[in-house]
Every structure is written in structure tokens, then in C-alpha cells.
Design a protein around this ligand. Sequence first.
Ligand code: PGA
Length: 263
Amino acid sequence: MRKRFVAGNWKMNLERRSALALCAALKDGVGAKSGASVAVQSTVRVAVAPPFVYLAEVVRALEGSVISVGAQDVGDRVSGAFTGEVSAAMLKDVGAHFAIVGHSERRHVYGEGDVLTNQKLLRTLEAGLEVILCVGETLAERQGKQTESVVARQLTKGLASVARADLARVTLAYEPVWAIGTGQNATPEQASQVHQYLRGVLSGLYDEGAAEGLTIQYGGSVAANNAAAILGAPDVDGALVGGASLKAETFLSILAAGTLVPR
Ligand code: PGA
């Protein structure tokens, strides 16, 4: 059974003080020994992805809780003269558990392509970390009926040279670009449809067992009022949450919603 996995992607938001206050509130909310938090601890894997500069402190602040910490991006090289880059080994060194690669803002705002995304993913796995690979179509691509070809390409190229055994450390996030930060989430049916399609592609690339084992998050305007419907949709195993992860109250309601819908 795939465990639900809900991760908060803080993007370039918060500053030191508010980030630590959020950590304290999440630790309290998820760690409490009563109420919804008990169900969250046993049924949902929880993570946050702060900006690089706060990673070490956030790791320390969340120590002793079930909340894991990851980075929003990672360098595509091992080490050396790559000004501005942060390596996967450095992420591991400060206690991060995973890195997100191929987020649509990396792809569309910064022009990162499938090959670069794949290199980042490989470096992350080589360093012993887990990775969240994001895929998703733009509005024009959806309207042009290219959703499947786009996400299949992003998945196939993103996972190039990944060994079957390493898939256990890969999570996939389907994030339609038109749904990110727009308040217009994909419907649970739309999300399910693409998740099922992605599982089929993975089955072709590896085998059915690999496809069945893969955790696929949905991302794009997940909020307290739509989380239960989205997390309850077939083949949706969790969520990658942007805006709604910046406030403890809304993120905790999304986590609680994850415990209410049957698997
Ligand atoms: P959003 O972002 O929840 O603010 O739409 C999701 C994401 O980009 O991961």
C-alpha cells in the first residue's frame, strides 16, 4: 500500500523568523498526541521544502518530529566551479532527505529542460537522497490535447538511467502548470486520469510492480477546501502544496483531510 505523502513547497517565501514559527506550529500540530495528529502520524508522510538558506535551521527545528525536510532544487553537478549551485551532497550534509527537481517554475521561468532535470535527479539519487520529479502540461498543451505526450516525455526523460531499485526513492508529482498558484485546481477526475496514465508509462519503462509502487502526488492549488476530494481520488497518493503550505492552519487541514479519505 502506498502511503500518502503531502509535501509543502515554500518556494521563495517566508523569512527566518516566520519559517521557524511555521515549523514550531507544524511540529505542535502534527506531533500532538491526540486528535487528528495521531491519524496524520500513522497515515500521511509529511514534508516541507524551505529555501536553501533555511534548510539547516528548519531541519534542526523539526528534529524529533515526523516531518521530513527537502530542498526545492539541486545542482546538476557533483562539485566544483559552478557559482550559485548547491550540490546534493551538501543537501544531505545539512540533513535534507530529498530534493524537488523539474518543478514547473524551474522549467518555465528558468528554462530548464528534461536533460538538466534528469541530471539533477541522478545527482540526488547518487547522493543517497530521495527525489520528487515534477511533470505537468501548460494550458496551451492541454488545450492542444498534448497532456499525455508532454507528461510521458517529461517522465521518460526525467528517469533516464535510473535503475529499477532506485525507484523506491522517487516520488512523482503531477502539477499541471495552469493549476499552479492560480486557484484553479485540476478536478479529482482530471488528476486521476493523468496519474493513471503516468502509471501506465512507468509500467512500460520498468514493469507493473514499479508502477504500482510509485507514489504520485498532485500539485496545483491544493487547499483546505479541496484536499479531501483530491486526496481521495483514485491513484492520487498525496499532494505537493505551494501557497497553502505557508500557513500552519491550512497545511494542517490538508494533512487532516488526508487521514479522512479511504485508501
Ligand atoms: P500551489 O503550488 O499550491 O501554490 O498552486 C503548487 C506547487 O507549485 O508545488
